[in-house]
Design a protein around this ligand. Structure first.
Ligand code: HMG
Ligand code: MG
Length: 297
């Protein structure tokens, strides 16, 4: 297992996109500032998607414009098509993520096109990114199962990962969108993708719907994974993945890694404070077990 893991914080985007309570720009930038303070160096801050589809992300433009420049933090935004890319560049985004699915039905429900069409939409986005020196990350959803189709073939996961890599994505994040996988399956799918793409360029993005995320992450860390996505307070969910709940909590992930002597550069107490800040703003308890254990302590 690597002695260092890079944690990608997706709380301000994945964590909030499905929240019905409107969260102000000030609260979102307050959260992002606390995450930076906690030591997070890659933070997904929003999405340039249709505001009718995901109203909570409608203010991403204002957020990106307020972010500090050149502070050594990679602030990332989701971009689904050229229209989103034009807006992202205009706001000053320096890093984007395109998102595809290994399940055809989920692709249609989420972004209203087939897998092949989504890759075609990403092509001009990737070209614009290259021309503007913007880094591109790629997501594959439903790698361990689909809310509509059930089982998803490993071949589909490998094939979509390869297509995103060929487009120029520097890293491929493998999403267990509905938190349905278990450790041997997670390891087996990651191994299959790692047969084609260097494992150092793969990330895990595991939702914790059934409480399996940390176990699945550990299984893959033991195989050499070095990048893991998470969200403070265990927030998260996708509007087009019914029943899917939050991401693995950053606090719980960091607690596990620290306990194993794996370096993350993250201050656990400050990560807990960031998670508690956003949970309070949403008026609900933190979904992080570690944060719960320290509450009132
Ligand atoms: P479309 O549905 O194909 O529609 O959009 P369109 O291209 O025909 O346009 C329809 C309307 O959307 C038009 O506006 C466009 O201007 C507008 P109208 O004329 O009706 O007023 N539009 C846009 N507006 C803002 N930004 C844009 C944009 N593009 C079109 N970029 C689209 C396709 C992808 C935009 C749409 O289906 C959409 O926004 N879907 C939501 C996708 C989303 O955000 N999903 C959640 C994030 S993915 C996720 O959570 C999974 C992940 O976490 C990994 C995992 O867990 O597995 C990443
Ligand atoms: Mg997600």
């Amino acid at each position: 297992m690597s002695e260092h893991v890079r944690v990608v914080e997706v709380g301000p985007r994945d964590g909030l996109q499905n929240e019905k309570t409107p969260v102000s720009v000030a609260t979102k930038t307050g959260l992002i500032g606390r995450l930076v303070e906690a030591g997070l160096r890659t933070i997904e801050v929003g999405s340039f998607v249709s505001p009718k589809r995901v109203p909570q992300m409608a203010d991403t433009d204002a957020i990106v414009r307020q972010l500090p420049k050149d502070d050594g933090v990679a602030y990332q935004v989701l971009v689904p098509n050229e229209q989103g890319m034009v807006a992202a560049l205009d706001a000053g985004a320096r890093e984007i993520a395109v998102f595809a699915s290994a399940s055809q039905t989920f692709s249609h429900k989420n972004i209203n096109c087939s897998i092949a069409e989504s890759i075609d939409r990403f092509r001009p986005v990737a070209e614009m990114a290259k021309a503007n020196d913007v880094k591109v990350r790629g997501y594959v959803s439903c790698v361990l199962g689909c809310p509509y189709e059930g089982e998803v073939s490993t071949e589909a996961v490998v094939s979509v990962s390869r297509m995103l890599s060929d487009l120029g994505c520097y890293e491929i994040s493998l999403g267990d969108t509905i938190g349905i996988g278990t450790p041997r399956q997670a390891r087996s799918v990651v191994r299959a993708v790692a047969g084609e793409i260097d494992i150092g360029r793969l990330a895990l993005h595991f939702h914790d719907t059934r409480g399996q995320a940390l176990a699945n992450i550990l299984a893959c860390l033991e195989d050499g994974i070095v990048v893991v996505d998470s969200a403070v307070a265990g927030l998260g969910g996708c509007p087009y993945a019914p029943g899917a709940s939050g991401n693995v909590a950053t606090e719980d992930l960091v607690f596990m890694l620290q306990g194993m002597g794996v370096e993350t550069g993250i201050d656990l107490d400050k990560a807990i404070a960031a998670g508690n800040f956003i949970a309070a703003a949403l008026g609900k308890p933190s979904g992080s077990k570690v944060a719960q254990s320290t509450a009132g302590a």
